[in-house]
Design a protein around this ligand. Sequence first.
Ligand code: SOE
Length: 397
Amino acid sequence: MTDGVEPALGVGMVGYSFMGAAHSQAWRTVGRVFDLPLTPVMTALCGRNGTEVTAAAARLGWASVETDWKELIRRDDVNLVDICTPGHTHCEIAVAALEAGKHVLCEKPLANSVNEAMVMTAAAESARASGVLSMVGFNYRRAPAVTLAHKLVAEGRLGIVRHVRATYLQDWIVDPEFPLVWRLDKALAGSGALGDIGAHIVDLAQYVVSDRLNGVCAVTETFVKERPLSDVSSGLSGSVGTVPARGTVTVDDAALFLGRFAEGALASFEATRFATGRKNAMRIEVNGSEGSLWFDLEALNELWYYDGTENTETAGFRRILVTEPTHPYLEAWWPPGHILGYEHTFVHETRDLVHSIAEGTDPAPSFADGLQVQRVLAAVERSAGDGSQWTSVEEHA
Ligand code: SOE
């Protein structure tokens, strides 16, 4: 428990939708659960609409509000800027904040393009020289079961990694009448399922196996190509005259791709928003020469492990309930067996960032890690775009 005598770390957050709410929960909680070297202070929440951001600040626990992020980063009582806005704003805000000497936590994906990610990474590396730090919010790394998976692979418990297969399945836009929200607009989101949830499984896979993808072969699809304009995107009431106004979906609904890791492992990835019945289903499995493991977000406290060196008579996948205090983060929470949830991954993310800032260590994942993910996403789009990987199945004589 941080008792408030530690130096304050003033946090300013931009954006207050889903990720803003999740990060606010983390900032409210982290100093009350973990012993931190700095006391996070929820100083200011920034949003364009003064009335709405004032209500959000009261609801989420922020002490003041700003309606211009440029004012936020000018404040002397803001030491860290937490960016929880759509991807098209990440680069401008992050670079300005870093140049103003503010630490930055930026939600994933880092940016909407490789070029933006390169600019952000250069700014982060330049700011690092002045002790200004930055992190990308790939929160799933901080599920204790995922940190254990990373550890087991790093210790060689699986032997040589041969396969990684990762899926992230949602279904929130299966209804063709779901409106054209910002996540379906390339200009705002950069891409669709690929950048939103595909980014997570790319980062997760690279983290768990401590390797980097160096090649992909991909296919993407937009199943529903037009949708009703949303009040947000159009400012319309959803119709112009008698015909409901509709707009073009400019991002992928699904992205499937094969990957090859630098050290030789093969991978398959599936990111889709059309897996009817799957709400936020993320799963990763790693197969090695001496063992395997798999993790399922819907059972976030469990890691399944197969020890291939065990006597085959008793060998089998066994379930590790990752709630022992020996695992990262868990000592601060509840006794063994009392499980954590989705929101705890964000608390762990802020805990680690506060420690990095206090101790001057480099946060992970870095903007450079975010740039690597962006490069994989761009490669997927290039591969899918040229269609060269497809071989038609014709009836051969
Ligand atoms: C929507 O797909 C979303 O909110 C993602 O943007 C988040 O990163 C993920 O954690 C939950 O789903």
